[in-house]
Design a protein around this ligand. Sequence first.
Ligand SMILES: Nc1ncnc2c1ncn2[C@@H]1O[C@H](COP(=O)(O)OP(=O)(O)OP(=O)(O)O)[C@@H](O)[C@H]1O
Ligand SMILES: [Mg+2]
Length: 495
Amino acid sequence: MAAGKGKNDSKPQTNMPPPEAKELYDQAGKLFEENKFDEAIELYSQAIEKYPEYSSAYFNRALSYALKSEYEKGINDAMRVMELEPNAADAPYVMGVISEYQNDLAGAQEWYEKSLKSNPNYQQAKDRLKMLKDKMKGAMAGGKMKTAAGAEGTETVVEEGQIKKVAWFTSDMTFKDVVGMEKQKQIIHDNIVLAITKPELLRAYGKKLGLGVIFYGPPGGGKTYLVRAIAGETKAKFIIMHINEIVDMYAGNTEKNLHAIFEQARKNAPCIVFADEIDALGTKREGEQQGNMRMAVNQFLQELDGVEKNPEGIFIIGATNQPWDMDPALKRPGRFGESVYIPAPKYKERREAFKYNTRSMPLSKFVGFGRLARATWGFSMADVFAICDKAALKVAAEEDRTGKKRMIGIGDFIAIIKSQGSSLDEWYGMVKKDVISKTETQIVEGKKQEIVKEGRLSPEEKVRYKPMIKDIKKNLNPVNIFVKKVMRFWAIYLF
Ligand SMILES: Nc1ncnc2c1ncn2[C@@H]1O[C@H](COP(=O)(O)OP(=O)(O)OP(=O)(O)O)[C@@H](O)[C@H]1O
Ligand SMILES: [Mg+2]
């Protein structure tokens, strides 16, 4: 791949680029190898200016953008390659990679398959498709809809907008795949795993076998990941509620859908129901609480109350990174009575996550996980995963261009860390106005006035989400921001 694009094409490029464009292109390839992505992009752009049909230059620029997390630009370039060479295998490949980085697994699968249709021997597309399928195994594919009546098996059955049967979700993951989070695993073990695997033990002590719990915390912290591991760990019946699929535009269907899901759970207890991104259902935002959404919330509350009355073996887990957007009614005791905070990873967890995510990569012996963990001070688990994946992609791209194999070195990781940054830095700033306060400028009698508006959290919520609020405040504190920068700088540029 990379600059050696021609190799994987089903059709070689017919028109040759003029020598001055080729020269720029080759220099760009070298800069790419030196991890100078911005400079490489600049030279690819100059090469394209000289030769606007330069598909290899577009391709490599797409790849550089992907490594820098500038996905829109990467997609534009990959699209241009497909225009210039409709049968090329590598543009769809890069589209697949970008889809994966954007968490669109189904989209990624389609792109890799398209790539392999053009060139069935495209090794990198084959490898990624295999990895992707492992990741998707039984996974969220459970949400796939089927509109035929009476279909058996693992697919969700829907008739005229009404859910008849929800697909069971299965997972091979266990707690061993979950790095860190010891405290959270313990809570889950005691309240869910034990209740499912040894109900007699808990009954003997008069413990209620049922639970409504919310996992909350910043994005990419591993909430969804952890819940998937619960499915594998308990081997219990497991339903994933896709809120957007439940809310139907026809009156009445939404309630029927929710009822169908809870009926299926009750008939199959012990059963876990997972409502991911639950803030989408019980939204507190003004103006959004009308119509179907409101009815969905009411129905959901009714079903939850049913669970409270008959608590044997129904476990409802909700996850959200914006707990302040949840409908307050959902949070009362007996509904989602418990809240478990999943924080961004600490140093030790990031170090272990680097180790875990690179376990099957050919690593140079100079890769120090401690340094990587320090260079990613304040990054999320999802960031760490993306950094490892991009470092591997970068070295694979180089091998494709030069034909030379090499180990993945510390420099490859550091280059990606430098170019992509932490997804959380921006997020803390974004949620500040919701959680703490926002300053608005108003003109009063011709004079500018600063007005501070309180965040949307009620006093009760401030107590409930205290650990998260504390973390958000800490990450907005200028001293902490400075310390974070120094730690990263130290690890990135020194050792
Ligand atoms: N404890 C962990 N051990 C190993 N990998 C992890 C862990 N937590 C998260 N990851 C990695 O980070 C990725 C993102 O995590 P996940 O999607 O679960 O975050 P999330 O908290 O659900 O975020 P969001 O609020 O955006 O939905 C996972 O796909 C996984 O690769
Ligand atoms: Mg999630």
